[in-house]
Design a protein around this ligand. Structure first.
Ligand code: NI
Length: 206
């Protein structure tokens, strides 16, 4: 009972501090919506990264191709030193994805988590004017800032796909993106009346 009461007290204190945060720090609803979506996208990427084994970290599928360690260091460095710098009106300081950034699985994970936390804090600090304003990209183009950050999510998805592929080549199967694998999805499909369904399924369904 005492432990339960203690849990309640801690929960109430956390809820109180969250209410306090919301009163003290106003985040534009559009930016909050982006941050919420970034959280879920990032969690799905992190779930794949959790599947990396130390022995697979720097394995490359072919000469000149990237290891999963390269992918993780690249995602961290791009988010923090290209996207987060440029949206603040500064030039890109992307440092590359080499081993000198982080070597060994614990260091790579620490690097990834630390740079993501820093990036997120920078995005959360943006005001409405910056969000709707323009960002100069490393290629010299002027892009609306929220569209530039939207592109960051597509970039993350691109490298997440490479993580799935490279881990698959090492015999590792990360969890499905949204809970169902493709065969499980197919098993739930209502194929009756679907012109693209295999013939057997269409005949069986009628
Ligand atoms: Ni990239």
């Amino acid at each position: 009972m005492a432990a339960r009461q203690g849990g309640c007290i801690i929960r109430r204190a956390l809820e109180h501090s969250l209410r306090l945060d919301r009163r003290l720090v106003f985040i534009d609803p559009d930016i909050q919506s982006f941050l919420d979506y970034l959280s879920s996208v990032h969690a799905r990427t992190r779930r794949v990264i959790n599947c990396i084994r130390a022995d697979d970290l720097e394995w490359i599928p072919a000469p000149g191709r990237w290891s999963v360690g390269d992918q993780v260091r690249h995602l961290a460095g791009i988010e923090r030193w290209m996207y987060a710098e440029t949206v603040m009106g500064r030039p890109s300081r992307y440092p590359g994805h080499g081993l000198e950034r982080a070597r060994g699985l614990p260091a790579v994970l620490e690097y990834y988590d630390r740079l993501h936390a820093e990036s997120r804090a920078i995005f959360a600090s943006l005001g409405r004017t910056q969000w709707m304003g323009r960002t100069r990209t490393p290629a010299g183009a002027e892009v609306t800032t929220w569209k530039w950050l939207r592109a960051m999510l597509e970039h993350e998805a691109h490298h997440r796909g490479q993580l799935y592929f490279t881990l698959g080549m090492r015999g590792v199967t990360p969890p499905p993106l949204y809970g169902l694998s493709e065969p499980e999805l197919l098993a739930t499909s209502e194929l009756a009346g679907c012109a693209d369904a295999p013939l057997a399924a269409r005949v069986n369904a009628t």
